[in-house]
Design a protein around this ligand. Structure first.
Ligand SMILES: NC(=O)CC[C@H](N)C(=O)O
Length: 366
């Protein structure tokens, strides 16, 4: 250990990675994952899906363009920690209103820089995502390992990041009304819907189907969010009750919840997909989309055989399911992020598909 390192990351298998603290101080037990995006650290920091995760950026220079007021994906960034090679505390960008480190301090997010992120990321790739303790360099290894052994990752992340009361986002020239279930919803999804003439009523993750029906939406959206999709049985049940009564579109956690509602299964990937260049094949058009991704879990292909869902998209790197649909019920969802933020915008057409479904009109109220 070099003498002047003041922080470290201790993995549950005993590996230690040293660096310097930035952002907030304190000890945290988190799940360690990596993200290969070359830009977009502000959107990543403020994406609620990263709650309880320590994200290691593979790109080596982070912080250089600061933080812009318009670029937050949530009002209260809740990522567990950010681990980077080089942190730049002197951003150069006319849009920047604060440094990354200052925002992290304000939001209680710990950071470690100066870390050998190439070695750490290879370890995550080779041995999978693991639990990790972010702590002071001086914390004895045995004590840290004991702490890791005794603590488990929380299962209530969705309830912590979801809004507690409904919130309205009216569109300028509204043509449709969408009820969006907030499991940790990214703001660019709201922007993408507003831009297409959808007024959005965001409702908490545990809102009942009955309450959603009483809003008389033209369509229901179910958002991205943190954790294991099987941790939110109430939301799965809500969606199950809505199936076939109204057009439904889901993204990421929302896609997993829709699949579970139809009786499919989900499982955890070794190290997940997080980055801005994941190739996905649209099986309906044969086209390849370069997509933005951030997930640990995936829908089990075989389990779909017993459901009315059809696979619409696959990941070209590992053939995992990236999209499903049930035409008869007017339900579809994708595992990746058509709202991007950060990432390529090849998949924005999916929002148009949702609009089209609502245009066709009529809710098949049971
Ligand atoms: N971005 C998301 O919605 C992530 C979904 C889920 N928490 C997963 O990791 O698979």
């Amino acid at each position: 250990m070099a003498i002047n390192f003041n922080r470290k990351i201790l993995l549950e298998d005993g590996q230690e990675y040293y660096g310097y603290g930035f952002g907030a101080a304190g000890d945290k037990v988190l799940e360690i994952v990596f993200n290969t995006s070359m830009v977009g650290y502000q959107e990543i920091l403020s994406d609620p899906s990263y709650t309880d995760q320590a994200v290691v950026m593979t790109y080596p220079l982070i912080g250089n363009y600061g933080m812009a007021e318009e670029d937050y994906e949530s009002a209260h960034p809740s990522i567990g920690a950010l681990i980077v090679r080089e942190y730049n505390d002197e951003p150069s960008n006319f849009r920047s209103a604060a440094t990354l480190g200052d925002v992290m301090k304000k939001c209680g997010i710990v950071g470690v820089w100066g870390v050998d992120t190439r070695k750490l990321n290879r370890s995550i790739r080779d041995f999978g995502s693991r639990r990790a303790l972010v702590t002071d360099a001086a914390t004895p290894r045995e004590k840290g390992l004991q702490l890791l052994k005794e603590s488990s990752l929380p299962t209530d992340a969705v309830s912590r990041v979801s809004r507690k009361t409904p919130e309205e986002f009216p569109a300028e020239q509204a043509r449709f009304h969408v009820a969006a279930i907030d499991c940790g919803m990214k703001q660019n999804i709201v922007r993408s819907l507003n831009k297409r003439g959808c007024s959005v009523t965001i409702v908490p993750w545990d809102t009942t189907a009955e309450t959603i029906r009483s809003l008389q939406p033209d369509g229901v959206f179910i958002s991205n969010g943190p954790g294991d999709p099987t941790d939110v049985p109430q939301t799965i049940e809500t969606i199950r009750q809505l199936l076939g009564t109204v057009p439904i579109f889901g993204i990421c956690l929302g896609h997993q919840i829709i699949s579970l509602a139809y009786g499919a299964r989900t499982y955890k990937l070794k190290f997940g997909h997080r980055g801005g260049n994941h190739p996905v094949k649209n099986l309906e058009t044969g086209k390849i989309e370069i997509t933005s991704q951030n997930h640990s879990y995936a829908v089990d292909t075989d389990s779909l055989a017993h459901t009315p869902l059809q696979v619409t998209h696959v990941n070209l790197l590992d053939q995992t399911v990236e999209g499903v649909k049930c035409e008869k019920d007017r339900v579809f969802s994708v595992q990746y992020h058509p709202e991007s933020a950060p990432g390529p915008q090849d998949s924005a057409y999916l929002f148009d598909r949702f609009i089209h479904m609502m245009e066709e009109g009529g809710t098949n109220h049971a």
